[in-house]
Write a protein that binds this ligand. Structure first.
Ligand SMILES: [Zn+2]
Ligand SMILES: [Zn+2]
Length: 396
């Protein structure tokens, strides 16, 4: 039974400023524009791009290629070059190739689609322009659950925030996060220097609320849902080598018990004192899952894998590479297996790839590396790896 619709408003990890991490989540088949976002790296501009490709049948035999197609493939298209290495606009032939790449990355899964659902687009029918439709969807975002305050996870949310006070389409939103996130947003972003302090009064349209680690938080907008934040390690500070933190969120439907898991940036080394001796945060999160959520209730894990295998640990800067992710998934498998022996079927959706200037799209390199390594470990053969490609919709 499906519960969640996750729309990838941004699925990248920089360094390009385009399409950085933001997942819009709605109840599957909902009749409302209401949603929540996990992270806010991208915003209204990317919502517009996603509207533009909605309702499109991406037919590879179609010779007519319109602007929406160009739009859809904008980031895959960064890797275009012809035989003579000339930079040129994507031809329809090239777009077909890129579409095939996208289909390959998603294993032709029918529950992964492009753009918003037809039902949601119909709700927006009374809004004549894409900008108005996007503002209406923005108005429907009730809350943001921020994993950590790095710019690639908040920049769209910040730049869009004045829209909450827009005369014709005002809205109220709450920014949630663990203390290290909400403190930073209040002190260093909404401080009247970097950005206006839009949350300065109780009556304001913007609220910032701190969540407690590993405590259940009930969602006001979606009474059937609850969310639980857990702290993660994410690299070290340049200035003194102390730990930087991030968050993983478990979103759960209380009725049918389905859960979906969203990781913020995740260090390959999760020891809290970063000397391999302290408390391992990811290990304790896996323990929580095994003890509280049966595997068949986990509809999907959105997790970062920022760099390919040819990056050394010291070049990962607090992120995961395919080998580290596989090691963790094997660890998770062993923990579940100890509890009960069942098939380790899991949807793992890769996000936050850093768009480095290699000849091949690093997302394709990383997904291939993950599949290749997982094939060598029989216990992990039930895992399906997908890519959190921009403007794609996951029905989970
Ligand atoms: Zn990031
Ligand atoms: Zn980060």
């Amino acid at each position: 039974m499906t519960s969640f619709e996750v729309i990838i408003i941004g699925g990248l990890g920089g360094p390009s400023e385009s399409s950085t991490q933001c997942f819009m989540v709605r109840p599957f088949d909902s009749n409302s524009v209401k949603s929540l976002c996990v992270d806010g790296g991208s915003g209204v501009g990317h919502i517009m791009d996603t509207i533009a490709v909605s309702n499109e049948e991406l037919n590879v035999d179609d010779d007519e290629v319109n602007d929406d197609f160009h739009n859809y493939f904008k980031t895959l298209d960064w890797f275009r070059h012809d035989e003579n290495n000339n930079y040129k606009y994507a031809s329809s032939k090239r777009i077909k190739l890129m579409h095939n790449t996208s289909k390959q990355a998603q294993n032709n899964n029918p529950n992964i689609k492009v753009g918003f659902s037809n039902k949601l687009i119909e709700i927006l029918n009374d809004k004549p322009t894409i900008l108005q439709k996007a503002y209406s969807l923005y108005q429907g975002i009730e809350s943001y659950y921020i994993t950590h305050p790095h710019l690639d996870h908040i920049n769209g949310m910040i730049l869009n925030s004045p829209l909450m006070f827009e005369r014709d389409l005002p809205s109220h939103k709450t920014l949630y996060g663990l203390e290290f996130t909400t403190d930073a947003l209040q002190k260093h972003v909404f401080n009247d220097i970097i950005w206006p302090n839009l949350s300065n009064q109780d009556s304001s349209n913007l609220h910032i609320e701190t969540l407690k680690e590993s405590q259940v938080h009930k969602l006001r907008a979606f009474p059937n849902w609850e969310i639980i934040p857990f702290k993660l390690c994410h690299g070290t500070k340049v200035i003194d080598g102390s730990r930087v933190f991030s968050t993983v969120y478990v979103l759960r439907d209380k009725i049918n018990k389905n859960a979906v898991i969203f990781f913020g940036d995740t260090d390959y080394n999760q020891h809290i004192d970063e000397k391999d001796t302290g408390y391992d945060l990811l290990n304790s999160f896996w323990e929580y899952l095994v003890n509280n959520i049966p595997l068949n209730e986990i509809r999907g894990i959105f997790i970062e894998c920022s760099s390919a295998c040819n990056y050394r640990d010291e070049q990962l800067y607090g992120h995961l590479s395919p080998q580290h992710l596989i090691d963790n998934l094997k660890d998770l498998h062993d923990k579940y297996n100890k509890k009960s022996k069942s098939e380790f079927d899991l949807n793992v959706i890769i996000t936050h790839v850093k768009m480095v200037p290699t000849n091949t799209d690093p997302r394709i390199t990383i997904i291939k590396e993950l599949r290749t390594i997982a094939e060598t470990i029989p216990e992990l053969n039930g895992i399906k790896f997908y890519l959190a490609l921009n403007k794609h919709r996951f029905i989970l």
